[in-house]
Design a protein around this ligand. Sequence first.
Ligand SMILES: *Cc1c(COP(=O)(O)O)cnc(C)c1O
Length: 454
Amino acid sequence: MHTIDMDLVEMTLDVMKYTIDRISNVTPELGSPKKEEDLLRMVGETITPEGIGGENAFKLFRDVLVKATVPIDHPRHLAFVPAAPTRAAIMFDLVTSASSIHGAYWMEGAGGIFCENQAMKWLVSLTKLPKGAFGVFTSGGTAANLSALVTAREAWRDEKPEFARERALLLTSNGAHSSIKSMAKVMDADVILIDSEDEYLSGADLKKTIDGLSIQDRNRLFAVVATGGTTNAGIIDDLKTIASICEDEKLWFHVDCAYGGGALAADSVRHLFEGIEKADSITIDPHKWLFSPYDCGAVIYKNLELAKKAHSQKGAYLEIFKDEGAQGFNPADYQIQLTRRLRGLPLWFSLAMHGTNKYKRAIERGIELAQIAAEKIKANDKLELVRPASLSVVLFKRKEWSAEDYRDWTYKNHREGFALVTPSLWKDESVIRFCFINPDTTEEDIDKILKTLE
Ligand SMILES: *Cc1c(COP(=O)(O)O)cnc(C)c1O
């Protein structure tokens, strides 16, 4: 299987050609899904005792299967949180795979972990957390949030052993990402969603909620999760006042910036994140607004030792990694995963190649595109901007449209391979949501999409 044969050479050439073509193509075909039985009819069974051959399998992928996917970097993909990995990062993703490095322990991964840590150092500097703060790359925001919250819960139990048998409780807002509720379920913790106006959590709302808790609930409260850029509307909670309540109440302060984290690098909006430097932990997804390929999240801690206490795995065959001779930074100690890909490497290479200023400019462009789109929407009498653009998100309505109209419009654009823009809700009403990430999206792309709403 590992000897070099002609089939392998052919396959390698096919893969390299495809990769180069794909990353040079700035408007890849916007595919749409097909039913599984249709795909099976088109390609047949692909796993057989003898194998179907690399060239053949690759052809099926290239000519059929990839066409049933949506390229998230399409300039008119403005749904959910799109992505736009840099070419440098994509190429280095191939290098990361080819290098076969185990990313859990310094003993095996030192050189690669060094690179990840260089990129992490820049991320940490954006947060302005105090000296000693540091983090690790995870599979995404969900894993980062879970890693941070488990650390918080363990620290709370260590500090308050008298409540160790209590079910843990955390507070967040109705604008928080679904992964917070979902990861609380994994931890078997309870969540109270603070129903704040306009999905914006303030210190006053937080204080009112804490003061309204029963003594039992107050005793099992261990953390507050604020959002640094809600996924739906790009809203940044009042981190400064929330931080000060958390400090007074001795609660873990986690800031989920999975989507918004890239904007920490944008001078035009950095002030909105004031207070983040007081966080105990922060989530940032480089695979969202820092142009990394999937999957790459990051969790950053003010006190790294607490993460180690919560996550360091023990086992007879792992003890060697804790040995003097293997000393160094062990990413496995600070998040939920053991064996891991060096998923921060593509980000490192791209940052090293381009420099951080280029990143700043690309992020500012996303913010600018949202402002431009908002202006165009305001000037169009068929459309109504429901709130000012926030970070790179724009929410607006097509006057007189029902939820069905929005849905049909979304499907039509997708079916035609023109754009992927999806509806959302704002104050229980249907809206259209634009989320800009790709700096190569043009004003003309925005105009073309708005034209389909006439
Ligand atoms: C996307 C997102 C998450 C989840 O991150 P994944 O990388 O999808 O796991 C969590 N929080 C926020 C605010 C997000 O935008």
